[in-house]
Design a protein. Structure first.
Length: 538
């Protein structure tokens, strides 16, 4: 064998090593075509074209033949019905078979059985609904794993390497006693770190209109019925764009106008929920996670401007931008809209307004998503802010009450933080607080929610089996603070100590404000006793 032959064989080996990844890219575009992505056919045709050329160049004419045939089929602009999708699926399978024949049984089988390009994970109690969601993700081309959503399973989340993180996470809340509160699960998966799932979806099986509304960390909320119809397209968009698709509520009684705007938005990758009245909109606003509302001010059952103000005033509807639509003659309404809601309007009819309309929706909806994320978390520590932590506590208490289990609230007071501010300045004090939040994330165990309660106190919501477990957790957190002072280059580290007040439910009045007051009183006792953790309130 000549050196030239050996060199060509090395090139062939390198080429074959790349083919599994190329097949994975083909499979992504195939899934996108099935989900209705209008750009995917052209992308898939280009990739088949590249395979057709390179296959022959590297001495694999069979690869070129299959790829060229598939490219020509796509260039013929077929309708993407089940038969034509089956043909494309078969073409990709034939390419895998050709590679297997060339590389041999062992390597070929690995090429055919390669891991899917994207990963999905379903968390929730085993059952028919979780199985249905797993099948939806599998059919969308994702490799799927599942867990029961238990505290022990959640504790392993922070140990995952970036390469192990799912691209899409679906939390299945079946409303039974065995489920963990979605606040806890979503917080565990969406806490600030290097990676997070590209989309976090909550499927809520509660009664219609009684969903959990906006849950921090959750990008979309579906009922089981919605999941079956809308989750496939949502997942496909999330994995192709790298971010959750925007979700818009369109309140428009004119069906022709609604169909026109829905078509424009869906072409732009936006998911649209359309209703015709304010009465139909209210349960959707309460039960789903939305990025924006598009509202016709002329509604059959309500004053549109009054309804816009209602959306602006009430949680969890606030922070959702509202785009108002009005007829050209309604200039007074336009001015009133700007005065009362501070948002924008467009005039109808919409036939020639596609560009301005789509641009406004995309920019405003993205801004609304960012505002909501900021509204949930404290900007300095990255932990849940006080308001969100209290809402989460109410959810967790109610959930634990249904299950007959316990909830604990730990209020952590950073000792001498005011002294640090006085001696070193408030900037250094902020650094101590941010560092303490980082230490707390590492010390807190699975199934906890972390937040900032006041300027100098942090909070932990935990789910102990016994009241004594909360005291053990408090002492563990105190030890972690003492073991991790704030390092300062060239200067003496700033040590951190903490006092902890604990309240448990049942044991105090079963509400978030009552638990907060009990924990604050316990913290005051702990600080008076030299910083030791106060005993749990029982």
């Amino acid at each position: 064998m000549t050196d030239l032959d050996e060199g060509f064989q090395e090139l062939q080996a390198e080429y074959l090593a790349e083919v599994p990844n190329r097949l994975a890219e083909l499979r992504k575009d195939f899934v996108a075509i099935g989900a209705g992505d209008t750009k995917a056919p052209d992308s898939l045709a280009r990739k088949f074209h590249q395979l057709a050329g390179s296959g022959g160049s590297y001495g694999f004419p069979e690869i070129s033949a299959v790829a060229r045939e598939a490219e020509q089929f796509i260039r013929g602009n077929p309708t993407w019905n089940a038969e034509n999708l089956e043909y494309l699926d078969g073409a990709i399978e034939r390419l895998g078979a050709v590679v297997a024949a060339v590389t041999g049984p062992e390597e070929g089988s690995s090429a055919l059985a390669m891991e899917p390009a994207f990963r999905g994970h379903v968390a929730g109690r085993p059952g028919e609904l979780r199985d249905a969601v797993r099948d939806i993700l599998t059919n969308a081309g994702l490799g799927v794993t599942t867990d029961g959503g238990s505290v022990d399973e959640m504790s392993r989340i922070r140990d995952l390497s970036p390469s192990q993180w799912p691209d899409v996470l679906v939390i299945v809340d079946q409303g039974g006693d065995g489920d963990i509160d979605p606040f806890v699960l979503a917080s565990a998966w969406s806490a600030p770190r290097v990676v997070r799932p590209q989309g976090i979806v909550l499927i809520h099986a509660g009664s219609e209109g009684a969903g959990p509304g906006a849950v921090p960390g959750v990008d979309a909320i579906f009922s089981p019925e919605q999941a079956r119809s809308e989750l496939p397209a949502y997942v496909t968009t999330a994995i192709r764009t790298g971010s959750p698709p925007l979700r818009v509520l369109l309140i428009e009684a004119d069906l022709d106008q609604a169909q026109l705007m829905t078509g424009w938005l869906e072409t732009g990758g936006v998911q649209v929920v359309h209703v015709g009245t304010a009465a139909q909109a209210r349960p959707i606003l309460r039960g789903e996670s939305l990025d924006m509302v598009v509202l016709d001010v002329t509604l059959p059952d309500a004053d549109g401007l009054a309804f816009a103000r209602e959306i602006e005033r009430h949680q969890p509807w606030a922070h959702r931008p509202v785009l108002l639509l009005a007829g050209q003659a309604d200039i007074a309404q336009h001015l009133e809209a700007l005065r009362t809601t501070g948002d924008v309007f467009l005039t109808k009819p919409m036939a020639d307004r596609e560009g301005p309309f789509l641009n406004l929706v995309l920019t405003r909806a993205e801004r609304g998503r960012q505002l909501r994320a900021m509204a949930y978390r404290d900007s300095l520590t990255g932990l849940l802010n006080h308001a969100t932590l209290m809402v989460a506590l109410e959810h967790v208490i109610a959930h634990a009450r249904r299950r007959g289990t316990m909830t604990a609230l730990l209020i952590i007071g950073l000792n001498d933080l005011e002294g640090v501010n006085a001696r070193h300045g408030h900037l250094r004090g902020d650094q101590v607080l941010a560092h303490a939040a980082t230490v707390l994330r590492g010390a807190a165990r699975g199934g906890t929610l972390l937040g900032r309660v006041t300027g100098t106190t942090l909070g932990v919501i935990s789910l102990p089996k016994h009241a004594e477990d909360a005291d053990v957790l408090a002492r563990h957190i105190q030890a972690a603070f003492e073991a991790h002072p704030l390092d300062r280059s060239g200067e003496e580290p700033i040590g951190i100590t903490a006092s902890v007040g604990i309240a448990c439910s049942p044991g105090v009045a079963g509400s978030a404000p009552a638990m907060l007051e009990a924990a604050k009183h316990a913290l005051a006792r702990a600080q008076g006793g030299g910083g030791a953790s106060a005993p749990p309130t029982t």
